[in-house]
Design a protein around this ligand. Sequence first.
Ligand SMILES: Nc1nc2c(ncn2[C@@H]2O[C@H](COP(=O)(O)OP(=O)(O)O)[C@@H](O)[C@H]2O)c(=O)[nH]1
Ligand SMILES: Nc1nc2c(ncn2[C@@H]2O[C@H](COP(=O)(O)OP(=O)(O)O)[C@@H](O)[C@H]2O)c(=O)[nH]1
Lengths: 272, 272
Amino acid sequence: FEFNVMVVGGAGLGKSTLVNTLFKSKVSRRVCHPEEEYKTPKTIEIKSISHVIEEKGIRLQLTITDTPGFGDHVDNSKCWQPIMRHINDQYEKYLNEEISIKRRKRIPDTRVHCCIYFIPPSGHSLRPVDIEVMKRLVQVANVIPVIAKSDSLTEEEREAFKQRIQKDLEANEIRVYPTVDNADNDEDELGNNAKIKERIPFAVVGSTSQHQVAGKSVLGRKTRWGIVEVENEAHCEFIHLRNMIIRTHLQDLKEVTAQVHYELYRHKRLET
Amino acid sequence: FEFNVMVVGGAGLGKSTLVNTLFKSKVSRRVCHPEEEYKTPKTIEIKSISHVIEEKGIRLQLTITDTPGFGDHVDNSKCWQPIMRHINDQYEKYLNEEISIKRRKRIPDTRVHCCIYFIPPSGHSLRPVDIEVMKRLVQVANVIPVIAKSDSLTEEEREAFKQRIQKDLEANEIRVYPTVDNADNDEDELGNNAKIKERIPFAVVGSTSQHQVAGKSVLGRKTRWGIVEVENEAHCEFIHLRNMIIRTHLQDLKEVTAQVHYELYRHKRLET
Ligand SMILES: Nc1nc2c(ncn2[C@@H]2O[C@H](COP(=O)(O)OP(=O)(O)O)[C@@H](O)[C@H]2O)c(=O)[nH]1
Ligand SMILES: Nc1nc2c(ncn2[C@@H]2O[C@H](COP(=O)(O)OP(=O)(O)O)[C@@H](O)[C@H]2O)c(=O)[nH]1
């Protein structure tokens, strides 16, 4: 049972930390080796880390791919190319397996089911590079934008920032996941998706260090003026992101990847 | 008595807020019109704001120039050009006045005495664009790098980040202000400058909103997990930056601009 996530964004936005946090957060802690922490890839290659986590009794092979050094050059034109290539390479692998005569009963699925795009917490609006990249990414995969290091925003700044980002996405016709127009969704699902769409981009905070708060041990960031708790919904929306991709929408993310994005790729490839 | 500061860095790094904070902080509050808040320039022009502040009984015309939209394009090659042009234009203005036959007794000084460069709090190291810009800026003006929005770093992350930045500056031979080798500095000044050099880049936080902390009204940022106090040395180094540019090193910043940077410009211009 594989689930593949890709994290995309500039260096220093907390991607590697969030990867570790996803593995360390409450449910996953039981199965993972907590000492095995993933460091930011130092090279320009795309690197993956894979762990088995247990979610409500279901074992899941969670693979997260990191994209180091994205958008950090003086000239970032085409910085999306290695990412697009990685996503399409997985479709190509799957297609070759699918059309081969001696194909395996169960095709190993390395397709990217969900692409988390990290927006820097500037407080203003999307940058040109964010728009350029997301515009292209949504055409080949499910994209969920998040506000990186959201602890650098006050609640008011966060709300205003989200409004502006949502306007930017709409103005540029960037359709992020979930797209609320799945004809086969029932009333409840559509209602849920509408609520999620209002909250996107999720304001996330990541951390693998534990601190004592009110007698409990929590994941968080300790500063001179307080402790930011990763799993406290009053502090950030990590829990919302995690529940959506690992629990409530995991199946849908895989289905949309297989039935929409992959099919589109397969269609184009078999036509040419 | 003019003192001209320029703030340089990407959008959303808190430059406008820091400009307002410099005007609002304890000493300045007496003279400024607190309602007159400066907004981020929406256009691509370079904009200045000027206020008279009172520092230890001395009235000072503090002018701060903001550089909007710096480095936010997909391709940022040559993003330093408008900034370099602005700095050199002020030298040109001064030179024309200086060499004119009917020149005024006191030449109005619009030369940039101090350039505050904002480094995003990535926690990693300097980005290529930071190195490219600072390399050029230090050749024409006094540059003081700061870590923007430093409340997004823990104390440990901040220390490690500063170490790496200092190494990057050294590796790229970027000599920021103060340069500790002024032959005419006395023992005390050299010692002081050495201490400052260890602290640079200053980890700053800016804010113009006031909150109650332990019965006092302080400038700060209010979050769910605590209040970041701008003028609390345990929280950030805003006070260090402010004291350095407005108090202890104001005279030196003006002198180095006039006797080193401007003289170099004048030399080149009169030779050609
Ligand atoms: N303020 C804040 N800092 C974070 C957060 N997550 C990670 N960091 C810090 O940001 C720095 C860079 O994080 P890293 O995960 O290596 O970023 P990456 O380059 O995107 O992989 C490190 O010092 C982290 O401790 C967060 O949610 N908030
Ligand atoms: N976390 C944090 N946010 C800040 C700080 N200073 C300003 N901000 C916020 O960052 C956003 C952008 O600030 P602004 O001053 O307009 O940035 P500019 O584009 O560089 O001029 C606003 O929401 C500010 O309230 C700071 O020191 N720390």
